[in-house]
Design a protein. Structure first.
Length: 153
């Protein structure tokens, strides 16, 4: 099962991997992605980024995305951590760690989760720079990446 956490404080990637692997010998692949705050956006310097969310809605949506991944691939566990609050360049924003018996499922599930987190998770980002603060708009390339995972019903 993929554990989902939304928190203001930082996380330790190595500790999260150790926790996911503890006592397990059936895991053949563990794929991680860590998203970081960049110091530039659109060619402009960034001093900080604030991530806002509605706690219950955000948790529910991340859990829905996690269950979708579990239904698509043979996963042995995982962790999604998404931070909120004010973050500085270099700070960690998100962790996706996925365990499976085989690498293909782990890579695919991690890519799926990140594509859907970028487009479906209800977080709003405000960047602060020398020219003031601005809300970050959705990007067409993120929607296109997530679109490849759509299933026909």
């Amino acid at each position: 099962m993929i554990e989902v956490r939304i928190q203001p404080h930082d996380f330790d990637v190595a500790a999260e991997i150790d926790r996911l692997r503890a006592g397990r010998t059936d895991i053949g692949a563990l794929v991680t992605f860590t998203g970081l705050v960049r110091d530039m956006a659109g060619g402009q310097p960034i001093a900080a980024m604030t991530l806002e969310h509605y706690p219950a809605m955000a948790l529910r949506q991340l859990e829905t995305i996690a269950r979708e991944a579990e239904g698509r691939w043979p996963l042995l566990g995982g962790t999604i951590i998404h931070r909120h609050g004010r973050l500085a360049p270099g700070d960690q924003i998100v962790l996706v760690a996925i365990a499976s018996a085989h690498r293909h499922a782990a890579f695919e599930a991690a890519m799926f989760l990140m594509d859907w987190l970028k487009t479906k998770a209800p977080f709003w980002k405000k960047e602060e720079g020398g020219d003031g603060a601005r809300w970050v708009a959705a990007r067409a390339e993120d929607d296109a990446a997530a679109g490849r995972w759509l299933r026909e019903t």
